[in-house]
Design a protein around this ligand. Structure first.
Ligand code: A2P
Length: 317
């Protein structure tokens, strides 16, 4: 079975018009693992970028690892396969390397013709737009995810944003075990217990937003002083090792055993973020970076759903 590269490239918040150029630059820089999702609203553009890269002879489909994610409005077993196939069509692929449940949050179904991606609000044009929950058990969604593996449209399946409790529950009924757990993790949110539990269950962990606040400035979900790059601990290690602060944080991410999916629109930073496999941090340096943990989560539906979509909807306690 193909291995998922430990350093992937996240496609969240990349405008469709930029995807092709960024994918080609990223492939030229050496990225082979692309983390996509229906909700990112750019899968057609990502598909065009992948096709161009393949047509240019830079890579073959087999060289690539492509992840996509099932959006919240398609959790019902009747909608899982069609959502996966819609992502495949948009991406121009006939199989995904990995398909993940994006959130343990089921929302009322919205037909593709009505709105795609459906995002969080049921009807944005309504007088009082609202998020509408659908009460679909995660077990039913998972059973439908398993059929995707049986049909060969997804090589592997997994989940995102699950807590330890949900992971225990999933392991109790899964016939096909989740291959990957994708969670927010960086030095301000080290998630040691959850990562340890995933390891115990043999589930690989991918850390999204491995650079912490940097992902969130442009969407007003972090303040400038939330940046980990300016932490003295990180800057001192970076200076001592003649590396950038971002490289220290990303190295910490892979050295603790997680995959990471940083993104950059800048070819120099794309290369910088990949150039972290030829040095290692000492155990003291690893502990110093881990010591920055503040349990600071930037991507929390318990906060942004209420602020942006009017429904208090926590999934983490
Ligand atoms: P840019 O695209 O201008 O490089 P994440 O992957 O966690 O979502 O973070 C992405 C953010 O981090 C983007 O704003 C990106 O900006 C920035 N970024 C990515 N790599 C680096 C780096 N090596 N140094 C500084 N900022 C970076």
């Amino acid at each position: 079975m193909k291995q998922m590269a430990k350093i992937g490239f996240g496609m969240w918040k990349i405008a469709p018009g930029d995807c092709e150029r960024i994918i080609i630059d990223a492939i030229k820089a050496g990225y082979r693992h692309f983390d996509c999702a229906a909700d990112y609203g750019n899968e057609k553009a990502v598909g065009n970028g992948l096709k161009s890269a393949i047509d240019l002879g830079l890579v073959t489909r087999e060289d690539l690892w492509i992840t996509s994610k099932l959006w919240n409005t398609y959790h019902h077993p009747d909608h899982v396969e069609m959502a996966c196939r819609k992502s495949l069509t948009d991406l121009g692929l006939d199989y995904l390397d990995l398909y993940l449940v994006h959130f343990p949050i089921a929302l009322e179904f919205v037909p593709f013709e009505e709105r795609y991606p459906a995002e969080w609000v049921y009807d944005p044009k309504a007088e009082s737009p609202e998020m509408r929950r659908a009460f679909v058990p995660l077990q039913e969604t998972w059973m439908a995810m398993e059929t995707l593996v049986e049909k060969g449209v997804a090589q592997q399946i997994g989940v995102c944003n699950y807590s330890s409790g949900l992971l225990h529950d999933l392991m109790s009924y899964a016939n096909i075990k989740p291959a990957v757990l994708q969670i927010e993790s960086h030095p301000y949110l080290t998630q040691e217990k959850l990562i340890r539990l995933a390891e115990q269950y043999g589930i690989a962990v991918t850390a999204f937003s491995p650079l912490g606040a940097l992902s969130y400035f442009e969407i007003d979900m972090a303040k400038p002083d939330d940046s980990i790059l300016t932490e003295k601990t990180v800057q001192d290690i970076a200076a001592a090792r003649n590396r950038t602060p971002a490289q220290i944080i990303l190295r910490w991410g892979i050295q603790r055993g997680t995959a990471i999916i940083p993104k950059s629109s800048n070819p120099g930073r794309m290369r910088e973020n990949l150039d972290i496999t030829n040095f290692s941090l000492s155990s003291d340096e690893m502990a110093a970076v881990s010591g920055l943990n503040a349990n600071h989560r930037f991507n929390d539906p318990g906060e942004f759903c209420e602020q942006a979509f009017g429904l208090f909807n926590p999934i983490y306690d």
